[in-house]
Design a protein around this ligand. Structure first.
Ligand code: CA2
Length: 147
């Protein structure tokens, strides 16, 4: 399965700035290790600080047979355009946050994206990405229970 990870503004600074909130590991390095862990899947990573480019990326990949992990960063709380793009595409989108947005400032408690996403993973540090990937894999991988 192809998984597209789409990261929004400032996520390129994770591991470099504000380690008390986002940790001190580089997100690029973490995602590379994650891709190495699942060689049977293709994991593509895209990051942009620009709202319209995130909309473009969602439209580019969102009609393919794929899954999308979306951390829209600060646009999570403000972007009608990204919410509209997520609602328009056919691929399942899992919303991801490194931090627990509900334990932070009140303006982070509202996500415009959650209502149009398949599910949400937040607050597990960089492992939020891992959990989101696993949720998408489990939709396509058939598990047989032997008793
Ligand atoms: O917890 C998350 O993953 C967030 O999506 C991260 C966003 C924030 O605006 C959301 O409310 C929650 C911020 C992206 C990272 O921003 C940084 C800013 C300074 C230093 C390092 C990262």
């Amino acid at each position: 399965m192809v998984i597209h990870i789409i990261n929004g503004p400032n996520l390129n600074l994770v591991g470099v700035r504000e380690p008390e909130v986002y940790g001190n590991r580089s997100l690029d390095q973490y995602l590379q290790e994650l891709a190495d862990e699942f060689p049977q899947h293709t994991i593509d990573v895209y990051q942009s600080n620009i709202e319209g480019e995130i909309v473009d990326r969602l439209q580019q990949v969102g009609f393919d047979d794929c899954g999308i992990v979306l951390n829209a960063g600060g646009y999570t709380h403000t972007s009608v355009a990204i919410a509209d793009a997520v609602a328009a595409i056919t691929a399942p989108v899992v919303e991801v946050h490194i931090s627990n947005i509900y334990s932070r400032e009140p303006f982070r408690h509202k996500s415009l994206l959650s209502p149009v996403c398949k599910g949400i993973v937040a607050g597990f540090g960089l492992d939020s990405y891992r959990l989101a990937l696993l949720s998408l894999f489990s939709q396509t991988t058939k598990t047989t229970l032997r008793q």
